[in-house]
Design a protein around this ligand. Structure first.
Ligand code: KIV
Length: 272
């Protein structure tokens, strides 16, 4: 007898494609641990991304460059334990897929196998990346692509809006089309003019997911600690904070400290 399916239905690649066709916006956030993974999944996001932004927001590095495959796997395994419904995507870190097709296959495949994620994300749209993505998708590795400001190239492109010049914008539209042709099922657009993001979104049939790319994308992604107001120092124009958890944490821990010092905590109610 078939087992009764209980609980929410899992989001799959077909749902993501259908959402674009139906004009339904995709909601994407990052997560790096099981606690927040459970919370964002319960909040009903469509996609959870274990971003290599963990290099910045979890480890405190200035860039994402030092992040390793092992670190991505460790965090993604924790997130996997908390995500039951959303599609789970894991970022491939710097130098894990750029050096050769073989490296890309082995590292992307390893991440999928060891984390049980649904897909991986890679940055860039040059000819080598298009080639790599078509190899990866042909062997069954679902790929999210990433254009615009690609943080792993920060040393060469700087952290600034990309695609302002007409020639760069045209190149990016062509790259987006090639990434779709190579088999990517979604495309992150980071820090590009809103008009260009809307143009790319029109030009491809796969969903675009914007961050600092305006309202014309098929979905939006934010880095969770930024969205929650945990990262007070970071305030780019595109960022909207939906909570002030930094203040909440400081106040809660401050109150705990005061009560420990005064002897108010633990009281009888909180003692065995
Ligand atoms: O690493 C990350 O969190 C990302 C998002 C900003 C899209 O790539």
């Amino acid at each position: 007898m078939a087992e009764e399916v209980t609980g929410p239905r899992k989001v799959g690649l077909r749902d993501i494609a259908r959402m674009k066709r139906d004009g339904q916006k995709l909601v994407v956030v990052t997560a790096y641990d099981v606690l927040f993974a459970r919370l964002v999944d319960a909040a009903g996001v469509d996609v959870v991304l274990v971003g290599d932004s963990l290099g910045n927001v979890v480890a405190g590095f200035e860039t994402t460059l030092p992040v390793t495959v092992e670190q991505m796997i460790y965090h993604a395994q924790a997130v996997r334990r908390g995500v039951k419904r959303a599609l789970l995507v894991v970022d491939m870190p710097f130098l894990s897929y750029q050096s050769s097709r073989e490296a890309a296959i082995l590292n992307c495949g390893r991440v999928l196998k060891e984390t049980e994620a649904d897909a991986v994300k890679v940055e860039g749209g040059g000819p080598e990346m298009i080639d790599t993505i078509s190899v990866l998708t042909r062997i069954g590795i679902p790929i999210v692509a990433h254009l615009g400001f690609t943080p792993q190239s920060v040393r060469t492109i700087g952290m600034r809006v990309q695609g302002r010049a007409a020639v760069d914008a045209t190149r990016m539209v062509e790259q987006a089309k090639s990434l779709e042709e190579a088999g990517a099922f979604a495309l992150v657009l980071e820090l590009i003019p809103a008009e260009l993001a809307a143009r790319i979104t029109e030009a491809v049939t796969i969903p675009t997911i914007g961050i600092g790319a305006g309202p014309g994308c098929d979905g939006q992604v934010l880095v969770l600690p930024d969205l929650l107001g945990l990262n007070d120092g970071f305030a780019p124009r595109f960022l909207k904070r939906y909570a002030d958890l930094a203040t909440a944490v400081r106040e809660a821990v401050g109150r705990f400290g005061n009560e420990v010092r005064s002897g108010e905590y633990p009281d009888a109610e909180h003692s065995n």
